[in-house]
Design a binder for this molecule. Structure first.
Ligand code: HEC
Length: 251
């Protein structure tokens, strides 16, 4: 009897051990090695994750996170599709997921968190002389990962109270000036300036001749902007459009 019990225990233990080493799909379903598949590979937000009311406790990829990547990472000479420094492109949601730098199971132990919180040396991203992300921006990235790293968006869209300084400059700063600033004005267009100068054009110039809206709408005769990336959320395009239609005032 005792021997049988011993054998039974031994066999059960061996069985359990063999199961533990096996990659049973039930146990690996939420394994952190499981690649996170992009929710929407065409680039835009997953329409099932598009809500009209912006929940203050939710971090939205399209509204909050994507501008951070576009203005700090997916810029010319860094991680845009053309440069792909270190083989890393961060121009679209799909690129960000595939780059493997985020971890929704352990947000504070992933490559993204490591480089944005690095204090010294060349490892810090974005590298000097660009400034470090703010504590609030880092916290927002962590929350976004904790909430699943979704390709979500919300659309509290107000096109009535649009001003140049309060709306347009903020949009351009978030999505465009990584390539179109004063030191590296891509295509000789500096989108930090309302009016152009001798060697560059400003916002009013591209608003006037239709290039601003043409490129934002990815119209065929224009070069789609942001370059190599996904179009801006429709609400922001509508806000720029309302401002251009109003005669692009410098207000
Ligand atoms: C990754 C870098 C990058 C980003 C981000 C970017 N641009 Fe550009 N943009 C360029 C380059 C490079 C050119 C010049 C392309 C050429 O002439 O071949 C250009 C050209 C343009 C043009 C002229 C287009 C045309 O058809 O002649 C406009 C207008 C423009 N950008 C606006 C924007 C706006 C608005 C944003 C933000 C929503 C933006 N860009 C974001 C790189 C960028």
């Amino acid at each position: 009897m005792f021997r049988n019990y011993f054998l039974f225990t031994l066999i059960t233990t061996l069985f359990l051990l063999s199961q533990a080493c096996k990659h049973d799909p039930v146990f690996t379903l939420l394994d952190e090695d499981t690649p996170l598949t992009p929710i929407d590979t065409t680039g835009g937000p997953d329409t099932t994750l598009l809500t009209s009311d912006c929940d203050p406790d939710t971090v939205y990829f399209v509204n909050d996170i994507y501008p951070l990547f576009l203005s700090n990472c997916a810029i010319s000479g860094c991680h845009d599709a053309e440069t792909h420094e270190e083989g890393i492109v961060l121009s679209t949601y799909e690129d960000i997921i595939e780059s493997d730098i985020i971890d929704i199971w352990d947000p504070t132990d992933c490559d993204l968190y490591e480089v944005i919180t690095e204090t010294g040396g060349d490892d810090r991203m974005p590298p000097p002389p660009m400034s470090k992300l703010t504590t609030a921006e880092i916290a927002m990235l962590v929350t976004w990962m904790e909430q699943g790293g979704l390709n979500n968006a919300c659309t509290d869209c107000d096109t009535a109270a649009v001003t140049y300084s309060g709306t347009i400059a903020v949009i351009l700063d978030a999505y465009c000036t990584g390539c179109h600033d004063h030191s590296t004005p891509a295509g000789d267009i500096d989108l930090t300036q309302y009016v152009g100068g001798a060697s560059f054009e400003g916002v009013a110039d591209v608003a006037e001749d239709g290039r601003l809206m043409g490129s934002l709408l990815f119209e065929t005769e224009y070069i789609g902007m942001p370059q190599g990336a996904t179009p801006l959320p429709s609400c922001l395009i509508d806000q720029v459009s309302a401002w251009v239609d109003a005669g692009y005032p410098d207000n």
